[in-house]
Design a protein around this ligand. Sequence first.
Ligand code: FES
Length: 112
Amino acid sequence: MSEMHKVIYIGLDGSRRDLHVPHGENLRRALLAAGISPYTRFTRRANCGGRGICATCGVWLENQDAPKPVHWHDKAAAAFGYPRLSCQMRVTRDMTIKQVDKWVWGSRRVKG
Ligand code: FES
């Protein structure tokens, strides 16, 4: 049996889901398998399918020791403080992630 990690998912409404994810599993796939979509209503169907191109699958990472980005697009997201691409991240440790308040595409909703 493979090592499992705990992924805590916090929704915009403050709701919490605890997932138990096998080591090395793709985060986007783990979320979708648990019935959690990292997408907006519009991008649920219009996305790149996990290829790291569309930037619609972003999530906020709470952990200071979050997995290091390996994909160029996710590296840029990490460097500029944008949500990390769930499709380009493997679950290699326990982590807490938060849903991003997105508008239509992957961009964040501007408050105020
Ligand atoms: S699904 Fe397109 S960048 Fe992640």
